[in-house]
Ligand binder design. Structure first.
Ligand code: ASP
Length: 371
């Protein structure tokens, strides 16, 4: 469109005097530059924007039996899971780090009061919650964990601070809470964790225990509510985190698998990231999270096969109930569980959150991440 104009300008200029020639040359150059600019701009507008790198986030909110749970129990938990995943998705979509996405997603679930983590943490036999959490960076293998916390609203945040601000991997009990204070974290009263339903459950379990002469035997398949997240960011880095109040009526001082690096939580860019849920003692004895990752690393099998072999064979043979979420660097996700249910949500860069696992047969529900 502009090329004939350039030719006319140049041919007129041939017979002009010296000064006019200069002017015409500038005009021609200007026109050529404009032509190039228009063509370039057109090219930018019409060619598709480069696709964003792959990123994935997968979260769970506990393994157990939802089969007898009414919709009024399942629905708010599924909604809270989606709300949390949306926050992690936003971070990943903006190019943020998987560690930030993991921490933010877990914090949201801790704050909801609907899960066995943070505000909704189950009570120990002493009638107060004791919480555990861990986070791990798959790029550097840096890890932080905390256990036996009684006054911390967001254990996952404290685990992250242990990782980033101390030379240690794990802090527990009073020492961990002292460290929290030194980092400006306010200690909350046990009433922060009070919730009528949890209290009734605690009283029922206690009276059931008193009626029996032997040790308390709980149906562990009923327990669910631990939360965990694994994420892969656009830079290709994996991170994993888990937060829990542990098992129902656990003994004070009992620590489960969730904060044990390699048992309930693990991430390594060389293999995969894992967060587990279930009766922690089995996951500790079988170093489940690390075992899955190392099978991927040394046996060169898929993350799906590795997780399946560990959860559906090794653990089941020992009657170890629970499940895992696992994600590799290529974005492959797997969520095997040997309980009746394990609620999970997964989101990729397309922004569709797929929620499933409250029953083995229920179809996944898809909700948008951009609400
Ligand atoms: N694994 C947790 C623990 O044993 C409990 C759970 O995931 O339900 O502390």
């Amino acid at each position: 469109m502009c090329a004939p104009e350039v030719q006319i300008t140049i041919s007129l200029a041939r017979n002009a005097p010296e000064a006019a020639m200069k002017l015409v040359r500038y005009a021609a150059l200007y026109l050529l530059a404009a032509l190039v600019a228009v063509l370039f701009a057109d090219g930018v507008r019409t060619s598709a924007a480069p696709p964003a790198s792959n990123f994935v986030l997968v979260a769970h909110c506990g393994a157990g039996d939802y089969s007898k749970a009414p919709a009024a129990y399942i629905q708010p938990r599924r909604d809270a899971l989606a709300v949390a995943i949306r926050q992690g998705y936003k971070i990943l979509a903006a190019g943020g780090a998987s560690l930030d996405a993991v921490e933010t997603t877990i914090r949201s679930m801790e704050d909801s009061g609907l899960f066995d983590a943070g505000r909704g943490a189950y009570y120990t036999r002493a009638g107060v919650p004791e919480m555990d959490a861990a986070i791990m960076d798959g790029q550097t293998l840096a890890a932080g964990s905390v256990a036996c916390l009684q006054h911390i609203a967001n254990p996952i945040h404290l685990a992250r601070l242990v990782m980033e601000k101390t030379p240690h991997v794990m802090l527990v009990g009073a020492g961990a809470e002292e460290f929290a204070k030194s980092q400006g974290i306010e200690l909350v009263s046990p009433f922060y964790f009070y919730n009528e339903q949890l209290w009734l459950r605690y009283k029922l379990a206690k009276s059931a225990e008193q009626k029996k002469s032997g040790a308390l035997k709980l149906d562990s398949n009923d327990e669910h509510g631990t939360v965990g997240v694994v994420a892969l960011d656009q830079q290709g880095n994996l991170a994993a985190g888990t937060s829990t109040g542990g098992t129902v009526l656990k003994m004070p001082g009992r620590v489960g698998d969730s904060p044990i690096i390699g048992a309930g939580t693990y991430a390594n860019n060389e293999s995969c990231g894992v967060s587990a849920t279930g009766t922690g003692e089995f996951f500790m004895r079988n170093i489940v999270a690390a075992d899955i990752c190392e099978r991927v690393r040394y046996l060169h099998i898929s993350v799906e096969q590795a997780a399946n072999d560990v959860v559906m064979k090794e653990l089941m043979d020992q009657k170890g109930d629970g499940g895992v979420i696992a994600l590799d660097r290529q974005g492959n996700v797997t969520t095997p569980f040997n309980t009746t249910g394990m609620m999970t949500g997964t989101v990729h860069l397309d922004g569709n959150i797929s929620l499933k696992g409250w029953s083995k047969t229920a179809e996944p529900i898809i909700v948008s991440a951009s609400q």
